[in-house]
Ligand binder design. Structure first.
Ligand code: COI
Length: 339
């Protein structure tokens, strides 16, 4: 692995030097049982994933603990979501135990690359359809590959924990109503055009998709309103990502005696909220990232005076304390990886 500092290198550009790989054919998965060196794949130019988007992935993290061990955060929740995504690609889902083993073996083989806090080892399980078949536009790939790579990471947003500027897109959704909950590459590339445009034209960090004024998610994170009494986020449906960090935030909010509201939020409520409340993004990569301004209908509106709000920072602190073993893991979210 390169010795580059994960806080100076862009997020996700340096890698642990071992990976795990399983293959599937006729619904049968095969795994050699051990990590192997990280290496390039050789794939036929007709490979299904290059043409028909048969790809999905997960994003989770392993953190150094206060006692020196390394633990994966919410491993089984990510395994469960990966199985759902593979199923939505119409590919045969592996046993949960196999996906779990591939993730744990990949982390074990890269333990030495786990950075000190606040850095972490980002884990990227990926599934691709590998059949060389450009005729298979209306059928799933006959073969596939499930692999796990890792990346020592620092902050996702350059500049660390800083108030982000969010551009609100009210015309188009991030994905499609039926596919938004799948963690597939296609959903991310669909958000790219509006995101680059918002960065260029409005100096925004992210786009918040609010089709028909219905606030959903940004290109890479879920979205929350909060104040000293409550957190509010969009109720789940198939149109946007069911974030594991989102779920953790809701649980931590309950633990802190905050009210939790999962419901629709429209643009008018969001604008009114900016005058007295806080907003933040949540995701494995983003953690909990404060919003300092929203841009909508040609106006730039400050949120919470443009500074990270106290409830946002409190939730972030509680989350990272659990992830790093600095507060008790009362919900059983950590899986320690033995060397
Ligand atoms: C994650 O938060 O893990 C994601 O998959 C988002 C990605 C843009 C890094």
């Amino acid at each position: 692995m390169s010795t580059t500092d994960p806080f100076s290198a862009p997020f996700g550009t340096i890698f642990g030097d071992a990976m795990t790989v399983a293959t599937v054919e006729d619904g049968v998965y095969t795994y050699g049982g051990a990590a192997q060196p990280l290496e390039n794949f050789s794939l036929h130019p007709a490979t299904h994933v290059f043409h028909y988007g048969s790809a999905c992935f997960e994003g989770l993290k392993a953190h150094k603990q206060a006692d020196g061990s390394i633990a994966i955060f919410r491993l089984d929740d990510h395994v469960e979501r990966m199985l759902i995504s593979i199923g939505k690609l119409q590919m045969p889902a592996p046993d949960a135990e196999l996906v779990r083993t591939l993730m744990v073996d990949a982390v074990r083989a890269n333990l030495a690359h786990t950075p000190d806090n606040p850095g972490s080892l980002y884990i990227r399980p990926t599934f691709i359809g590998t059949a060389p078949n450009i005729g298979a536009a209306a059928s799933p790939s006959a073969t596939g590959m499930l692999y796990v790579i890792t990346s020592p990471v620092g902050d996702y947003f350059t500049g660390g924990v800083r108030p982000l500027t969010i551009y609100i897109e009210t015309q188009n959704p991030r994905s499609t109503p039926q596919f938004g909950s799948v963690k597939s590459g296609a959903n991310y590339v669909m958000a790219l055009g509006p995101t680059l445009e918002a960065k260029r034209d409005h100096v925004a960090d992210q786009v918040l998709f609010a089709p028909g004024n219905d606030i959903t998610e940004t290109g890479a994170s879920n979205f929350f309103l909060c104040d000293s009494e409550r957190v509010i986020t969009r109720n789940l449906d198939d149109s946007f990502l069911h974030g594991v960090t989102r779920r953790s935030v809701l649980q931590i909010a309950k633990d802190l005696d905050l009210d939790v509201e999962e419901r629709s939020v429209d643009l008018e409520e969001l604008k009114a909220w900016s005058e007295h409340g806080e907003m933040f993004l949540s995701g494995t990569a983003a953690v909990i990232a404060p919003v300092g301004a929203v841009i909508t209908q040609g106006d730039r509106i400050e949120v919470g005076g443009g500074e990270p709000g106290p409830t946002t920072l409190k939730l972030r602190q509680h989350l990272t304390d659990i992830q790093t073993g600095n507060s008790e893991d009362i919900h059983g979210w950590l899986t320690v990886v033995e060397p």
